[in-house]
Every structure is written in C-alpha cells, then in structure tokens.
Design a protein around this ligand. Structure first.
Ligand SMILES: Cc1cc2nc3c(=O)[nH]c(=O)nc-3n(C[C@H](O)[C@H](O)[C@H](O)COP(=O)(O)OP(=O)(O)OC[C@H]3O[C@@H](n4cnc5c(N)ncnc54)[C@H](O)[C@@H]3O)c2cc1C
Length: 462
C-alpha cells in the first residue's frame, strides 16, 4: 500500500480526478480476461502529457515503486497486471493524433491513441490512407501493440510485425528523461529509423519493462477503394504450408489467414485459408482473384481442395477489420474468459501446430480455435492456439492454465517462440535462450532501469 503522502504527490502532479486508490477501481486494474492470477495495484493514474509521465516516473524511481504501463489492457496474458503492486499508468488520456504525413505516409500519435481512433481519423480526414489493424478490439492502443510486436491485416503484404512499421518513438526512460529515437531525434520529421543506430528496438517486445512510450511514429499505406475475400478449403492439414506459400508467391493478396475450429459444425474437419484482396478497380480485383485461382488450380483439379462460395452475410464478416468474429469467439463459452498463445513460427510448422493444438485441447477437455496469420511475405506465421473459457468455472480455468503451459512448451519444441507470453511462458523462453543473449538483456535492463521499477516480474533476468 502506498502511503497517503505519495498519493498526495501524485494528485499534485495530475489533479485528483486522475489518481485513484479506490478499491473498486483497483479491482478492475488487478486482472485481465485471461487465466493469470489477479494482483492489486496500489494506485492507478492517468497522465495527460509526457512531462506528467516524467514526474510520475521520477517519483516512482526515488521511492522504488513499481510502474506498469497500460494501454487497452487487452493482451490476455497478464502483462498489465501489476505483479508486484505499485502504480498502473493508464495511458488512455494521451490520445492525440499529432501528425498525418500524406506524402511520406506516416502518422505520429500519442501512446494512448487506440487503433479505432486512428482508423476512424484516417477514414474521415485522409481516406486514401490506412494503417495495419490488429484483430484486437478497437480500444487496443497503438503503443501497447507495438510494445509486444503485434501484427495485423497488412502484416503479410506491407512489411511484417507492427513493430517493424514503427518509424520513431518518444519515450520516458525509467530514470525520467524524455528521449526521441529515429529520424525525429535529429530532424523535425518522423519518417524513418534508418540511417541511425536503431535504438527503437530497446522498447519493442520488452513488455513495458524498459520505459514508457509517449509517442509513436507509424507507417501508413494506401487504402484501395475495393476489397474482396476468397476462402480456400481443404481437409488435408499437410497441404497448408504449400497452399499458403503459393498464395504468398502471387504477391497480390493483402492478408492471408488460416483457421480451423470445431464450430460451426458444417466446418468441422475443414481448414480455411481466408485471402483478402484489395484493388482500385473491378478489373484489378478480378485479375488478382484470377491470379490466386490459377496459383491453386492443381489442388482443386485433383479435388483435394477448393474455393468455397462465400455468401454475402459471411463475406461482410470476413471483410471487417478488426474481425468481430474473433471477439465473439472469445466469449463463446460465456463468462468472459479468453486465452491464446500466439506462437511465432515458420510456415512449414503449421500442420504440426494444428495437430498439437487439437491434442492439447482434447487432453485438457477445452474447446479451441486454431489458425495462423501470415507475417511478411511468408517469413513466419503467428500461429494462435485460442482457448475461450468461463471465468466463473474454476475447474475449467485450471484446465486452460494447464493447456497454456502445454502449448508454450509445444510451441518451443516445434521451433517456434510464444508471443506476448505470460510470465511462466517468458521464463520458458529465457531458459532456452543463448546465455550470452540473456546476459545482454540483463545489462540493458540494469542500465535503463537501475531501480528495477518498470513492469517488474516481466522479462525477469536475474
Ligand atoms: C479478440 C482479440 C483479438 C486479438 N487480435 C490480435 C491481433 O490480430 N494482433 C495482435 O497483435 N494482437 C491481437 N490481440 C492481442 C492484444 O489485444 C493486442 O495486441 C493489443 O493491440 C494490445 O494493445 P493494448 O493497448 O491492449 O496493450 P496492453 O495490454 O495495455 O499492453 C501491452 C504491453 O505493452 C505495455 N505497454 C502498454 N502501453 C505502453 C506504453 N505506452 N509504453 C510502454 N509499454 C506499454 C504493457 O505494459 C504490456 O506489457 C487480440 C486480443 C483479443 C482479445
């Protein structure tokens, strides 16, 4: 528990409306929708500016109080749950869109800007441009997503993980300094991380353990006026890598997602590859779809697979970004529990990952949705093992916890790496990491965060 003197200082920095140690509010910040155990924060604050973040961090460093940065809190693996108490730094008030560069195709936003806000702003004011959207609910933030190497609907066609689309960052270091990284550090523009030494990576994939991101420069892409979807079905899991690779090689698909789930019944036993295509004219869409059909022609000639006609109501769902179907599936068991291990792995491992996922869920008596989003031009996939559950059913929660542990181990055995892993998953990764790499991580943590205040418990390198 923080003493009232510290709460008073926080209120002086932020105003009393934006500091709370009320039990009912701490309760909300003590958990997420996943299976990780709750931990109460001592206090929640909502800064409105980078200088306010600096003052909070300086106070926390001086008093050695843990600080957990939080965006939408939608990660499901407990990374914004304050494992050692302290202050949850809710960034949602810092949601200004600072710049849209129409010519150099980037946006600069404050860290608490949500995916939905940037998307809506672009649609209204810059309809020719878009950014890559994850399928997370729209209240997920740009900064929270890049801080864990998220991915989305342009990850296949436009350059990989969202962290790879970052052109620059402004960060409050755990020692309180406000620092810019990327071109914005040297000239007044946020177009690129090159040609400077790339320090942006010190804050990407670190789960908020190296500093508080206050501004993000993120790449924008043309928004073609037309959008269509094709669905390729097969019963043979082993064909998946070949099918996906053929589609990638056409270079005309915007987004490629692979999925397999026991529900609805009529899809049980089939796998779907959902291919999104965009264009600026009907002729272009038609041509792109024909190129994809030609690339897969021999599969449907041999009757091993085929394109599914997509009825209009189903098509409307496939064309959504983010995919609302995912949020609906998250609540399929009712009771609001959802957990997924996204393992970043090579495309050729998809069949083994599918078999392992079905085996793990059968063993632990839970339901599943399995699938993959293709990242880069087939450079890897984010394979998701998704497990919805009823949070009230404690016995089911325990089975999902066990499935999570089995899945993390399996992902590593298959040659993949669990993404946005909860603390236990992070520890499995660190155990397998080259000792020299681990030591470098520790040195970086020690230098950046000498008081050990940033999201302690995560990426814990001892
Ligand atoms: C139904 C569903 C679908 C999903 N689909 C996708 C998907 O397609 N792609 C995808 O990538 N993810 C997906 N997710 C996972 C997750 O919701 C997203 O990655 C989301 O963008 C995370 O953003 P957030 O704002 O909720 O981050 P948070 O959960 O708030 O934070 C994530 C991490 O970043 C840190 N952090 C947050 N803000 C800052 C900051 N300003 N400075 C430093 N560190 C910070 C936190 O401490 C934490 O470690 C999905 C989740 C759900 C529930």
């Amino acid at each position: 528990m923080l003493d009232q003197e510290i709460i008073g200082k926080l209120k002086t920095i932020l105003g009393s409306d934006y500091v709370s140690d009320a039990a009912e509010e701490l309760f909300i910040y003590s958990r997420d929708q996943g299976v990780q155990d709750p931990h109460m924060p001592d206090c929640v604050v909502m800064p409105g500016s980078a200088p306010e973040v600096q003052e909070i961090i300086r106070l926390a460093m001086q008093k050695k109080i843990p600080v957990v940065p939080m965006g939408g809190g939608l990660l499901l693996s407990g990374l914004t749950v304050p494992l050692k108490g302290g202050i949850v730094l809710d960034m949602k008030r810092m949601n200004r869109i600072i710049e849209i560069n129409e010519r150099s195709h980037y946006a600069v936003v404050e860290a608490g800007t949500s995916q939905g806000m940037l998307d809506a702003y672009l649609r209204k004011h810059h309809p020719g441009l878009k950014h890559s959207l994850p399928d997370a609910p729209p209240s997920a933030t740009i900064a929270g997503n890049i801080a864990i190497h998220g991915s989305g609907h342009l990850s296949q066609s436009e350059g990989g993980f969202h962290s790879e689309m970052v052109t620059g960052l402004e960060v409050v270091l755990p020692t309180g300094e406000l620092v810019k990284f990327g071109s914005c550090s040297t000239v007044p523009a946020w177009f690129s991380r090159a040609p400077l030494p790339d320090l942006v990576g010190l804050f990407l994939g670190w789960n908020g353990t190296t500093g508080v991101i206050t501004k993000v420069g993120i790449k924008l892409y043309p928004r073609p006026s037309l959008h269509d979807v094709m669905v390729f079905m097969t019963e043979d899991i082993d064909l998946a890598p070949m099918i996906i690779s053929r589609i990638i090689n056409t270079e005309v698909a915007e987004d490629i997602n692979y999925a397999l789930a026991p529900k609805p019944d009529y899809l049980n036993g089939f796998q779907m590859t959902v291919i999104n295509v965009t264009a600026n004219s009907e002729a272009e869409i038609k041509m792109k779809k024909q190129i994809i059909r030609d690339a897969l022609h021999d599969f449907y000639e041999t009757k091993e697979a085929g394109f599914m006609p997509v009825p209009p109501n189903m098509k409307a769902g496939f064309l959504e970004a983010p995919q609302k179907a995912l949020s609906k599936f998250a609540d399929v068991r009712k009771g609001g529990g959802f957990e997924y291990v996204g393992a970043i792995m090579p495309i050729e491992k998809i069949p083994e990952a599918c078999r392992a996922g079905m085996e793990i869920t059968a063993r632990n008596r839970i339901t599943y949705s399995l699938g993959a989003r293709i990242i880069g031009r087939g450079h890897c996939a984010m394979f998701f093992f998704a497990y919805p559950f009823n949070r009230v059913d404690r016995e089911e929660v325990e089975r999902v916890k066990k499935a999570l542990e089995d899945t993390n181990k399996t992902a590593l055995q298959l040659g993949g790496i669990p993404w946005k892993a909860e603390v236990q998953g992070q520890q499995l990764i660190l155990k397998q990491m080259e000792p020299e790499t681990y030591r470098v991580m520790k040195k970086i943590r020690d230098v950046l965060d000498p008081a050990g205040i940033m999201n302690p418990g995560n990426w814990e390198v001892g």
